[in-house]
Write a protein that binds this ligand. Structure first.
Ligand SMILES: *[C@@H]1O[C@H](CO)[C@@H](O)[C@H](O)[C@H]1NC(C)=O
Ligand SMILES: *[C@@H]1O[C@H](CO)[C@@H](O)[C@H](O)[C@H]1NC(C)=O
Ligand SMILES: *[C@@H]1O[C@H](CO)[C@@H](O)[C@H](O)[C@H]1NC(C)=O
Ligand SMILES: *[C@@H]1O[C@H](CO)[C@@H](O)[C@H](O)[C@H]1NC(C)=O
Ligand SMILES: *[C@@H]1O[C@H](CO)[C@@H](O)[C@H](O)[C@H]1NC(C)=O
Length: 654
């Protein structure tokens, strides 16, 4: 017992010695405001903390190093130590067709690289020393020019360089999506911020991994480059770490937004993107001031200005921030936003802050200055006639609903002719972007299945979880928003009612989107939970097959997604309709269930569709979905007839 204790004590003593002998060997910069970096060339740190390695002046270089060197070896002749680093960068070209040279993360024996060439050598080498063993430089290049001299593979690649610019390993910029997905291309020169991880493990055969991804995404499961590099000869006892870049003859700015580094550790501290400084707004958009020709004597002019300006200012201000506020709204206190605050939060509803344009209006991103919270503001044009009071009361009471699959409504504001609704900001935007926008990462099946269940859970809550049945009326991928953890959240519910108030009783306004509108809705105009289930069915097929319910540019038998899936189901080949981007990387049982549920929910007869409660049970595996009876499914005919009806009502309503 006591010997065991001594052993344990001895172990901790050794551990203590090990810890005590290695000084603090890690750092994290979330922006570089006040950072003690050693800068040279044209590199600079902006007042907001953004590190700018180069600006748009031709043929210049810039370097930024951590001020103190690190020991990369346990002893002067010993083995190299493991390290890990991650950083966020952006390459912004004045002219996107003209590439600058790119930038590099550098480990170098010296922090004085002033003899490097300011052009194609990334600020690292010059024609005389490129490839020289005495350089003692390891670099990870983010190269945006194809230079045949260095056997570059293309003009958009990442490479590992040892002492020279001919990479020991390189690959076109791309990143791995999902847990067992595929690689997706990235454009280094896009002006968008991206993140790089560099991990070196000295124990496992000196493996050097480089991983790339767009920002706000977790570190991909697979690195872009994974190479065994014997760095024993390159690393000296004392080495500097930092960044290097050169402009050459294309006006390009190279930025570093944040950086963390850890020596002898598994991994560098993750970077919280929300805490990094923003990139500067496009210089080109700055307006040019117009010169006025003044005819009146200057003195008279200034006198007039002195009198008029304050009045004009007050009048303009009142007009600019004017809002509608009636007595009945006073009870909504905290849910009532001031127009002025929303105006300022969205920088005056600038185009740049526009998140999207939906069926109900334009949505802007904003930051409330008082609380520093991010919001989404939807501007709905609407004449506030009769019914607005009931509408506000209803939408706010629905807004009280709290559910993890529902976008939280924070409040509203009214102006003449428009209503502004304030929601929680959803950092990952809407689902359709992930399904159809080729620049967004592909969603793997697990991610999709989680979203499918999330939407079902949110809809079930609206249908049954509250004292009053809430019909969403517009389920589709562009109305499914994704929070920071990629949970699905329903937005826009209840809004459709706005169109009912004060509507001409002679015309039926169908709110919804073609392809998601249930046949009976087209003829009766009455939205029910069953019409929501129908739209949810179209959404299920959409997510599983990776295409919209109606598509023109496909063979005739595939135009209507539901028909195509049904045909394949009958032939016993339903898996042929799944999204090609998924490959074979999905659970066949789950996929078949989702496709089957999609068909069940799309049944032309409302009564034959399951309820959302049943859908949830099927998805959770608590019950098996009923067999599809394929006998009397004259789906298409009935659907087509009615869809032409819905097309015309759609046009009437918009
Ligand atoms: C780039 O930075 C250098 C040094 O700070 C400065 O002299 C030059 O004017 C800058 N160029 C531009 C286009 O801002
Ligand atoms: C910056 O770092 C250098 C090198 O470690 C050190 O000598 C210097 O005192 C530091 N300056 C400040 C202001 O911390
Ligand atoms: C960097 O090296 C150059 C050439 O070797 C030398 O002239 C210059 O003084 C050095 N700069 C610093 C800051 O040490
Ligand atoms: C490099 O990537 C491979 C493949 O994902 C992984 O097995 C290995 O552990 C990684 N090595 C380091 C040092 O991160
Ligand atoms: C790396 O190179 C050094 C010196 O050339 C050599 O002693 C060592 O065995 C090499 N290590 C590996 C893992 O190949």
């Amino acid at each position: 017992m006591s010997s065991e204790f001594t052993k344990t004590l001895f172990f901790y003593f050794l551990l203590f010695l090990k810890l005590a002998s290695s000084p603090a060997l890690a750092f994290t910069y979330l922006g570089f405001g006040g950072a003690n970096l050693s800068l040279d060339g044209i590199s600079s740190i902006a007042s907001n903390g953004l590190l700018q390695l180069t600006n748009t002046t031709f043929n210049m270089q810039g370097h930024a190093f951590h001020p103190a060197p690190f020991s990369f070896k346990s002893d002067p002749v010993g083995k190299p130590l493991s390290f890990s680093t991650t950083f966020v960068f952006a390459i912004v070209s004045k002219n996107p067709k003209l590439n600058g040279h790119g930038l590099a993360f550098v480990i170098s024996a010296t922090s004085n690289l002033s003899t490097a060439s300011p052009t194609g050598y990334l600020g690292l080498f010059n024609p005389d020393n490129n490839g020289n063993q005495n350089n003692h430089i390891i670099a990870i290049e983010l190269d945006t020019i194809q230079n045949p001299e260095f056997q570059d593979i293309d003009d958009n690649h990442v490479g590992i360089d040892i002492n020279g610019l001919t990479s020991v390993s390189s690959r076109t910029a791309c990143y791995y999506v999902g847990s067992s997905g595929s690689f997706q291309n990235l454009n280094l020169n896009s002006g968008e911020p991206m993140q790089v991880w560099v991990d070196f493990n000295s124990e496992e055969d000196m493996q050097l991994n480089v991983t790339l991804s767009p920002v706000r995404m977790p570190k991909p499961h697979q690195p872009l480059l994974s190479s065994t590099v014997n760095v024993s000869r390159v690393l000296l006892d004392s080495m500097y770490v930092g960044f290097s870049s050169a402009t050459g003859n294309a006006p390009t700015s190279h930025y570093i937004l944040g950086w963390s580094f850890a020596m002898n550790e598994e991994r560098a501290e993750p970077l919280d993107y929300a805490k990094l400084p923003p990139l500067p707004l496009d210089d080109a958009k700055r307006g040019t001031s117009k010169k006025l020709t003044i005819l009146l004597p200057l003195a008279l002019c200034s006198l007039l200005l002195l009198v008029i300006a304050p009045i004009a200012f007050v009048v303009r201000r009142r007009f600019k921030y004017a809002e509608l506020l009636e007595d009945w709204e006073l009870e909504y206190g905290p849910h009532r936003f001031k127009y002025k605050d929303l105006f300022q939060a969205t920088k005056g509803f600038k185009e740049k802050e526009l998140l999207g344009v939906g069926g109900f209006g334009r949505v802007y991103r904003g930051v409330l200055s008082a609380s520093n919270t991010e919001i989404a503001v939807k501007r709905v044009s609407h004449e506030s006639g009769q019914g607005i009071k009931e509408f506000i009361a209803e939408i706010l009471s629905i807004g009280q609903l709290r559910h993890r699959n529902i976008v939280q409504l924070l409040g509203y504001c009214r102006r003449r002719g428009e209503l502004l609704l304030v929601y929680d900001f959803m950092p990952n935007g809407s689902l359709d972007k992930f399904l159809y926008d080729r620049t967004a990462p592909n969603l793997d099946w697990n991610g999709r299945f989680q979203i499918i269940r999330g939407v079902a859970s949110g809809l079930l809550y609206l249908h049954e979880g509250w004292e009053q049945v809430v019909v969403h009326r517009d389920i589709k991928s562009s109305n499914i928003l994704l929070d920071s953890e990629m949970n699905a959240r329903l937005g826009d519910f209840g809004l459709a009612k706005l169109y009912d108030h004060g509507a001409d009783p002679q015309t039926t306004h169908v709110v919804g989107t073609i392809g998601y509108i249930a046949p009976e809705l087209g003829s009766t105009g009455k939205a029910t939970t069953a019409t929501d289930v129908f739209a949810y069915g179209a959404f299920l097929l959409e997510v599983a097959c990776g295409r919209r319910p109606l598509e023109a540019e496909v063979p005739a038998e595939q135009v209507m997604l539901v028909d195509w899936v049904l045909d394949n189901w009958k032939k016993g080949e339903v898996l042929a309709t799944t999204d090609r981007l998924l490959g074979n990387d999905y659970s066949e049982a789950e996929m078949e269930m989702v496709l089957k549920l999609g068909l069940l929910c799309s049944h032309p007869m409302a009564a034959a569709r399951p309820s959302m409660r049943q859908v949830m049970q099927f998805l959770n595996g608590d019950a098996a979905p009923p067999e599809l009876s394929l006998v009397q499914w004259s789906f298409s005919n009935q659907y087509r007839v009615n869809s032409s009806v819905t097309i015309s009502t759609e046009i009437v309503s918009s």
